[in-house]
Design a protein around this ligand. Sequence first.
Ligand code: AMP
Length: 394
Amino acid sequence: MSQAILTINAGSSSIKFALFPIVEKTLGDAAVIFGQIDGIGTPVAKLAAKNKEGEKIASNDLPTANPDHQKAFDYLLSWFTGEAADWKIIAVGHRVVHGGQLFSKPVRLEGHTLEELTDFIPLAPLHQPHNLAGIYAIQSLMPDVPQVGCFDTAFHRTQPDEAQIFGLPRAFTEEGVRRYGFHGLSYEYIARVLPEHSPRAEGRVVIAHLGNGASMAAMVKRKGVATTMGFTAVDGLVMGTRVGAIDPGVLLYLMENKGMNAREITTLLYKESGLLGVSGISQDMRTLLASDKPEAQEAVNLFCYRIAREIGSMAAAAGGLDALVFTGGIGENSAEIRRRVTLLSAWLGIRLDSEANERRHIRISAPESAVDVLVIPTNEEWMIAHHTRTLLDL
Ligand code: AMP
C-alpha cells in the first residue's frame, strides 16, 4: 500500500480535497485523486472527483439529504476506502483561514491549539467554523492520523508593523483589530516556485491572485511586505461578489439612513456586491467578458482599474517593481484581463508580449519590459501537503 497525505479545504457548503503520494520521503508533484463535495447542508450534496490524468472517477449524490460536515466527511472517507484502497492516508493537512497573530507557521492540530483556533472564529466567522468542523470530523473518523493546520494569514506576518495596523486607537489594535491578509498559501506557493521562472525572484515582486476571491501581495526577497486584504477577506480589490475597499462612511450611511443591520450589511458586502453587484448580470468573469451590455463592461473596467491602482500601491510598499505575477482562475486564464491591467500599468515600464500573453506562456513580458510579467498557476493544495510532510517529517 502506498502512503499519501490528504489535503482538506473545508468551506461553508463545500469540501475540496486532494490526495498527494509520498514516496521515500518525497512528495509527489501532483495529486493522484482530487475533487470536492458540494452542496453541504442542501437537499442534494454531490461528490465529484478526478484522477491524476484529469479523468472523472466519481460524480455521486450523497446518500443523506442536508448533510452536515461530519456526514460529508463520513461519506468522503468511506468513498476513499473503496476508491483509494491502494493508498494509506498517513496525515491530513487543512487549510485554516485564520491564524491570528499567534500562528506564523503551520502547526500540528492537537490539544490547546484547537481551542486557540476557536478563539479566532470572531475574526473569520464565515470560514473558520467550517475549517474547524473539518478538523473535528477527521479527528473523530481517523483518531490516529496526525493533522496539520496551514494558515491563509501566515505568509503576511513578515509585513512591517505599519502595514498591519489601522489608524485606530491602540486598544483596538492590541485586541487584534489589525490587517491580517489572506490567500497566503497561494502566495507562499508562488514565492517558492518563482526562482525557477524569473531571475528577479529575490527582488520587488507583486503577485495578483485573481479568482472569485481576489487579492494582491507585495514581497521583497520572497517575504510579504504588503497585501490588499485586511482584517477580513472583504477588503481590497473588487471580487466576484465581494465589494473590496469601501469608505466606512458608506456603512454608517446604510445603518443610519437605510436602517440596515449587521447581518444585512454582511450579505450586501460579501454576497451581492463586486462583479455581480456592479454588472447585475454575473459574478463570472467569462460571462462578463462575453457580454456586450454596458453594465458588464463597467464591472470589468472597475475590476481592472482597481487592480492597476493597487499595483501602484503594492509597488510603493515594495520600493519598486521587478516582477509582476498573475495567478488564480482569472489571472491564469484570462489574457484579456492581463492585457488590460498591464496596459493600465504601462507607466511602470511594463510591456507585454501579446502573443506570449494569448498563448499563456509563463513569461508574457516583452524583452524591453522594465518588469518581468509572469503567469504561474497556483497550487494551494500542494503547499498544504508540503507543509504537512515537512512538519511531521514524513
Ligand atoms: P477561482 O476562484 O480562482 O477558481 O477563479 C474563478 C474565476 O475565474 C471565475 O470568475 C471565472 O469566470 C474565472 N475564469 C476561469 N477561466 C476563465 C477564462 N478563460 N477567462 C476569464 N475568466 C476565467
